[in-house]
Design a protein around this ligand. Sequence first.
Ligand code: ADP
Ligand code: ZN
Length: 596
Amino acid sequence: MPRDPLHVLQHVFGYPAFRGHQAEAIAHVTGGGDALVLMPTGSGKSLCYQVPAIVRDGVGVVVSPLIALMHDQVAALEELGVRAAFLNSTLSAAEAARTEQMVRRGELDLVYVAPERLLTERCLALLEASPLALFAIDEAHCVSQWGHDFRPEYIQLSVLHERFPTVPRIALTATADQQTRAEIITRLQLESARVFASSVDRPNIRYRVVDKDNGRKQVLDFINAEHAGDAGIVYCLSRKKVEETAEFLAAHGVTALPYHAGMSGESRARHQQRFQREDGVVMVATIAFGMGIDKPDVRFVAHLDLPKSVEGYYQETGRAGRDGLPANAWMAYGLQDVVQQRRMIEESEADDAYKKVQMGKLDAMLGFCETSDCRRMRLLAYFGESAAPCNNCDTCLNPPVSVDGTVAVQQLLSCIVRVGQRFGAMHVIDVLRGDATDKVNHWQHGELSTFGIGRERSAQEWRAVIRQAIALGLIVVDHGSYSALKVTAASRAVLKGEQPVPLREYRAPAKGKKAKKAAAIMADLPDDALPVFERLRAWRRDLAAEHGVPAYVIFHDATLKEIARMRPGTLHELRGIAGVGERKLEAYGGEILALV
Ligand code: ADP
Ligand code: ZN
């Protein structure tokens, strides 16, 4: 194997240049140093250990908790002509023995090992008797006891430093908050490691929040209009809603599958497998569908319910667009979400300090939803980074108009006061709009001075006003008393007319646009490249099925698009396209030239 990282990048992986901190981190580890790599999903962390493992003598040992992915990760490396294998509980004794033999002889560039297996005395002894290039500790945030991906075995990985003091270690994660970072360093004894941290920004993801009207219909329209035939994830809060939404989408022609913790392990694995392997599957899931999604071509992540925190939201939306191509993070959000999430926190068994933290996180999430500023700026600020308006989010592309909402909010506040701060949003809106419902009649609220003063706004519009008033801290929802709306001390100045309230101008949710025929992934391809792209995709699908691997292991969409656009006539031209390394050129070059 060649000794130069750039040469390996270009000839084995087929990419022209390193990105971001890759070159530095790779040089450091290749030179024998320890490293901690903190880079967002999709930024190319894997190359940071794969390239040094290929360049250095001996075997690179990759510790990963994601057993389900190891087969595909190894298959992808084999497609590139890299010598790779894995050791985990899915292997028979004979298969494992064969792999161990190759490790001992240094006949592999990379071996993926599950942490519990690595920590066995048998495995440690094997590694001591083998030539080692490095240890890569993937998903290193799993050492954090406070994180939701905690794996007790990860804490014991400090043994690597004790037993293999001369083998370089590289820990990698996309979870980069300060606390997790500090925990990784102390627990893995990486005090002398160099830290390579990059911005958490995901510039190819477009963020959008829409006013929830009929959520599942809206998500169907969104998929039909912008993502027909694309792979995506739709997150819902409850198992029941997951089931219902998946059924609804499937009934309307979307290849949608449910995924939640209440399903059997077997059907979950089957659905994950289909999502990973097939083109264009939409997974409707609770957050149980999380770590271990390694699909580069997820084109959208949709939220039908408000996530509990910005961290969670960012992690979930981060599963879109790992391949760097345009992707959408879309969320439908409504007043009910705010009410429901607050109730869940208040009714939980947790202590008050914990509830307060959760409320704070929810408030930050609401702030994101209600912002009139660039959404990306808001997200990055949450993670301690500053940025300029991105021009790739809904508020940048279609800036909300700020209007004077003082009168509307005054009407709302006085109506809440008139009904005794004892009624929920629905009833307050009925009174404002002058709807003589049974409840209004029962309480004689038709006689209030505020009855019908807000007739000119639709109920949907009033809900938007209420949401913003909550986000501004002018009213609260009291769950101790049937989700009643109450005014806060801050509202006094508004009621007295001393403080104006700017609100976002209301826009009715867009009604379903006409569905496009082709998958959105092709939107930026010139018309004459479309049939070529389709042919390449069909060819890739058959080949992937034949090899028993996901389609992207053969070639990424980005590579196929580039081939369709350039239509290379010679192998030399084909080699110039990113993602075409030497091994793939040799294996598939002829067929591709014939296809284009
Ligand atoms: P991460 O583990 O950080 O989420 P990956 O290692 O899976 O990201 O890389 C994301 C995608 O980017 C992969 O498809 C990978 O092949 C591609 N990639 C990584 N580095 C480069 C590079 N220097 N040039 C082009 N593509 C790259
Ligand atoms: Zn923006």
